[in-house]
Design a protein around this ligand. Structure first.
Ligand code: SF4
Length: 449
């Protein structure tokens, strides 16, 4: 089945589902193949997207200005407090600094921020060039922390030092370092991990949990701040929404703080209800479990007529999915299925073996499953399989438009929530609007195959 566009070294990362489930023999969770032009971002970017939503933190990018501008205000994360996180600070390393070292410049940058803003928390990101010239970022952070009595935490994230997942790990290590000295008294409640409050999604999840009587201690990292983060070790349970970025943090918190975790997903009706029930069960709260079932069924009933009215437009359409993590891809397959749509191509940037096994068991025969795809592969399989819509992120949008098919942004930039029951309404309306747009028939005429 493998198209000639696929590099020999990439073939093991792509699977076309054959008769019966094979238990996913495809490769994943590995560094990108050199020259394959992965859709993944670099290590630094992976770290930045996890830490950026901390609303009162200062983010100093120790590197050339390009690294800072590349990730400036990278997420549509909303804040109920500070908006410092929407700035980007850079040491703006130049040729001279590369030759003589950038530590003095980094020290000056931290001192400037310390004197001007008196911050509680600064993250310093080491970028590619810092990894090459070998500045001792850790030592500078340590001495600045001591001098100004604030937390200055190094994030070891040279772009070339692995893949985006390594960046997630570095961000999780930085959060662990931040929480390290703090062991607050245990409280009844959960932490929400891997939700970045895109378009206010953390607030939706918090509201649901409040309705069923489960308190939230901390959110990591959407709409969080220094005080809320150092309080996170008080929680009884961690719930992990974005498994790709935050499972490592959850694992470390379990091992080092004794906080168990469960993976959940608030995308789609079924997964939202299932997640609320599982959270209540994990908290051993029978009353909350009953409330979760009642609340979920009531919301589901409210959506029945709405979904039926859109289903007639969508039934039989084919979808391609390319998102960051496996859990989101699984929820999207279910959402498309509930609308009468078939997923014909599905891939992720950082999916794990167990995610791909679930994906493979859910999709129809001949569906193409890809790990760490590149644009040429996506383009080829989207064409081959005749997908009508692509769901992806900022880097996939131009690809869909170039192919003349509909697109739904399920990543950083969107301005409306796609999680929970509200998200089902927004998602359905968006894919309906995009799929039915008259523009595609004009574009298709112009596409050169
Ligand atoms: S860290 Fe390296 S790969 Fe990442 S943006 Fe900067 S220069 Fe590019």
């Amino acid at each position: 089945m493998m198209n000639s566009i696929v590099l020999e070294e990439r073939k093991d990362f792509i699977l076309q589902k054959q008769e019966g489930c094979q238990g996913s023999s495809m490769r994943c969770d590995a560094n990108s193949i050199s020259g394959a032009v992965s859709q993944r971002a670099c290590v630094y970017c992976g770290a930045r997207v996890v830490l950026n939503p901390i609303t009162d933190a200062f983010h100093i990018v120790h590197g050339p200005i390009g690294c800072a501008s590349y990730t400036w205000d990278i997420r549509g994360s909303l804040s109920s407090g500070d908006d410092l996180y929407r700035n980007s600070f850079s040491t703006d390393l130049r040729e001279k600094d590369v030759i003589f070292g950038g530590e003095k410049k980094l020290t000056a940058a931290i001192e400037e921020i310390a004197k001007k803003y008196h911050p509680k928390l600064i993250f310093v990101y080491a970028t590619c060039i810092v990894g090459v010239i070998g500045d001792d970022v850790e030592a500078v952070c340590k001495s600045m922390s001591a001098k100004y009595k604030m937390r200055v935490i190094p994030v070891k994230s040279p772009g070339f030092s692995g893949n985006k997942s390594v960046g997630y790990k570095m961000a999780c290590n930085a959060i662990m370092e931040l929480m390290g000295p703090h062991r607050p008294e245990k409280k009844n409640g959960v932490n929400i991990l891997g939700d970045f409050n895109l378009a206010g999604e953390v607030w939706i999840v918090k509201d649901y949990l409040k309705k069923i009587g489960i308190p939230v201690i901390s959110t990591i990292t959407g709409d969080s701040n220094y005080e809320s983060l150092i309080n996170a070790p008080a929680a009884q349970l961690n719930i992990v929404q974005c498994a790709g970025s935050s499972t490592y943090l959850a694992t470390r918190m379990e091992e080092e703080m004794g906080i168990p975790y469960i993976k959940i997903s608030f995308y789609g009706i079924e997964d939202t209800i299932d997640s609320l029930v599982r959270i209540a069960e994990a908290m051993k709260e029978e009353a909350a479990r009953r409330k979760a079932v009642e609340f979920g069924e009531a919301e589901k009933a409210k959506l029945r007529n709405f979904l039926e009215s859109y289903r007639k437009n969508l039934v039989g359409k084919k979808a391609a999915i390319y998102v960051g993590g496996g859990f989101k891809a699984i929820s999207l397959i279910k959402q498309f299925h509930s609308l009468g749509m078939e997923t014909v191509v599905v891939g992720t940037q950082t999916g794990k073996k167990e995610d791909y096994e679930v994906i493979e068991s859910m999709v129809n025969e001949n569906t193409v499953i890809l790990d760490d795809a590149n644009p040429a592969e996506l383009e080829t399989f989207i064409r081959d399989k005749g997908a009508d819509i692509l769901v992806g992120g900022v880097k996939e949008r131009p690809l869909a438009y170039k192919l003349g098919i509909a697109f739904c942004d399920h990543n950083h930039e969107r301005k409306h929530p796609l999680c929970g029951f509200e998200g089902v309404v927004n998602f359905t309306k968006e894919i309906n609007l995009s799929l039915l747009s008259p523009v595609w028939k004009y574009i298709k005429q112009e596409v050169v195959v």
